[in-house]
Design a protein. Structure first.
Length: 217
């Protein structure tokens, strides 16, 4: 009886192991590729939303469970959105876990190379966190991070990077909360999908108030 009992436990463990979701690495996904190459239909990772426009499908990983960007954990509160247009990967929008924001930024910058353009803005941070945050950003961007004179605990830093590469656009945004938390968003989109207005949060043509008005055409 004991042998049968142990055998049953082993069988259950094997079944559970087989049913576990595989880890999905966003760096394995390339814009413009056939969506069938990827595991977007994995219901243990993505929720699927077929829009009224039949050529557009949205996939969501609401809590980024089992989803990473290389070896970097992603934000469980903001999730990941992947847009498929005409059966091709059209856009990817994701956010790193705030604990790994600068590691994520470093990975994107090294992977994409010199940006087409970038935006410099300023942040006001809680006095207890300002020096450490400043130091971390200064190490990342030695030429762009400086204290603002006569404004305590306030410094300038690069808030957004934009790349126009081949048939796609890439936008990396960095924001700093008053408590010093560093957040980011990374969006990559094919020009075809952008110009056909099928990607959430993007509008073609870019409005004049957009910082990318002169670039996304």
């Amino acid at each position: 009886m004991k042998a049968k009992h142990y055998g049953l436990l082993i069988l259950i463990a094997l079944v559970n192991l087989c049913c576990e979701s595989k880890s999905f690495d966003l760096t394995s996904v390339s814009l413009g590729e056939d969506a069938k190459k990827y595991d977007f239909e994995n219901k243990n990772i993505f929720l699927k939303d077929e829009t009224p426009e039949k050529s557009v499908i949205q996939y969501y990983a609401d809590e980024n469970k089992n989803v990473t960007y290389g070896n970097i954990a992603l934000d469980q509160n903001l999730g990941t959105r992947i847009t498929v247009y005409k059966n091709k990967v059209a856009a990817i929008q994701t956010h790193a876990d705030p604990k790994y924001s600068l590691q994520f930024v470093d990975k994107i910058l090294k992977g994409n190379g010199k940006p087409t353009t970038q935006i410099i803005d300023k942040a006001h941070v809680d006095a207890k966190a300002s020096k450490q945050i400043f130091t971390n950003l200064k190490n990342q961007f030695p030429n762009d991070v400086v204290w603002i004179k006569n404004e305590p605990d306030t410094f300038q830093y690069p808030t957004s990077f934009f790349w126009d590469k081949d048939n796609s656009y890439y936008i990396l945004s960095i924001s700093i909360e008053s408590d010093g938390t560093i957040k980011n968003q990374y969006l990559s989109v094919t020009k075809d999908a952008y110009r056909n207005n099928v990607v959430f949060g993007l509008k073609y043509p870019a409005p004049k108030e957009s910082p990318w008005y002169n670039y996304m055409k």
